[in-house]
Design a protein around this ligand. Structure first.
Ligand code: ASP
Length: 412
């Protein structure tokens, strides 16, 4: 019998994960079949995420060092980093704008009473996170002892150290050639490990989706139906229409070709809700399927994983306006501008892990005087909303790598 391709296996894993999840949801949480299956699914799902996280930090480190060193060697560095930052900032701004417009148009949360959620909010402790605190914390997390950063998995600090090391390798020149070669070979080895881990992807994705579908709180989902529909609708508009349009206008690549190349990463992002855990697969898709040069992908993808989060930025804006409606506060234009800026910062500062956006959202709410405890209302449904926003976060990184590659290759 002909062996199924990895892509076909992943699609099969996705479909059967959802179908089995629905079946277990129908059987009910009390049934022993459901409990045992959820136990096994948890083991497999966690194993898959652990394996990805195992290679993520070495991959971020080596791919940025090698990417920066090679880009500087080929005098492309300026164009690439400028293009990357412009792309990240403009697409995130677009996402927040879209979120604010939709929230103003559809007014999710109006008609609901905050009193309905009093219980949830009372038992919820908020850690204070004002804008200055957030900023100080963010600045502090940029520079760390590299060993600590590597050991603790602080992606941002690893990125910064790797950027500096990459630049130093080029400035140092021929003398440090051996270290560069070593890094290049190390990167290739890690990518080989990623290839092996991918064989487990169909099972990992199936297990994660099964758990997600079987354990959903559908009651709350229907109470917050309008909010959920607005968030999902706008996130999909950004991911299915706007990002592919930008990609097409700048590079001429058709959306279909893009999605076929990106699907392994997009499905993994959906199932894991973590752009950091997905990053090894994102990098693999960028290089192997979408043919982004290794140096460019190795720079844009790890950086984008920590900084570029369109889905999160959009969500923070819609959620802030939702909570304002819930407590009956009308945010004027200047307050919405504050939401605009803080939502972008909150997305920039959120690490690529599940529900990270919820934590940084405290800052957005506090910046316009909204009660941060209201986040307790959104937490129970966050696992499901996080799937789509993480997918769009990862999609933004992939589109970014293609766009930056195009910009970097122009009139040279
Ligand atoms: N889960 C998202 C990510 O990993 C971050 C968020 O919570 O918005 O990209």
């Amino acid at each position: 019998m002909k062996k199924l391709s990895l892509n076909a296996q992943i699609l099969l894993g996705t479909g059967s994960g959802v179908a089995l999840g629905l079946w277990f949801a129908m059987l009910g949480q009390e049934s022993s079949v459901t409990q045992n299956s959820l136990y096994v699914a948890k083991l497999i799902g966690t194993l898959f995420i652990d394996l990805l996280r195992m290679v993520m930090i070495p991959l971020v480190f080596t791919s940025i060092v090698v990417g920066v060193a090679n880009l500087r060697l080929h005098q492309q560095m300026n164009r690439v980093w400028q293009g990357t930052l412009v792309f990240f900032a403009s697409t995130m701004a677009l996402a927040v704008l879209l979120g604010l417009t939709a929230a103003n148009l559809f007014q999710p949360g109006s008609g609901l009473q905050i009193a309905m959620f009093q219980d949830a909010m009372q038992s919820f402790q908020v850690t204070q996170m004002s804008l200055p605190d957030f900023f100080a914390h963010f600045m502090h997390s940029l520079f760390q002892n590299p060993m600590t950063a590597l050991a603790q998995g602080n992606v941002l600090a690893v990125v910064i150290f790797a950027l500096l090391l990459g630049i130093a390798l080029v400035v140092g020149g021929e003398r440090y050639r051996n270290i560069l070669v070593l890094m290049q070979e190390f990167l290739e080895l890690i990518l080989m490990l990623v290839g092996w881990i991918m064989r487990l992807a169909p099972f990992g994705i199936m297990a994660l989706l099964l758990q997600l579908v079987a354990t959903q709180d559908t009651g709350l989902l229907s109470t917050l139906f309008k909010f959920v529909v607005v968030v999902l609708g706008i996130t999909l508009l950004h991911g299915v229409v706007l990002l592919p349009l930008i990609l097409y206008l700048i590079t001429g690549m058709s959306p279909l070709k893009f999605w076929l190349g990106a699907r392994e990463a997009l499905i993994t992002a959906f199932a894991t809700s973590s752009s950091a855990a997905t990053m090894p697969i994102t990098l693999r898709c960028a290089e192997q399927h979408l043919h982004v040069k290794r140096d460019i992908a190795g720079f844009v993808i790890p950086l984008g994983t920590t900084m570029n989060m369109d889905g999160t930025a959009l969500y923070e804006a819609v959620a802030a306006l939702f909570i304002a409606n819930l407590v009956g506060v009308e945010l004027d234009l200047s307050q919405q501008m504050v939401v605009f800026v803080t939502a972008m910062l909150a997305a920039l500062g959120a690490p690529g892990i599940p529900s990270a956006g919820m934590v940084t959202m405290v800052m957005v709410l506090q910046s316009v005087g909204l009660p941060a405890e209201a986040i307790a209302i959104l937490l129970p449904i966050d696992r499901i909303l996080d799937t789509v926003r993480t997918t769009v976060n990862v999609e933004g990184d992939l589109v970014g790598s293609l766009v930056v590659q195009k910009w970097a290759s122009q009139d040279r």
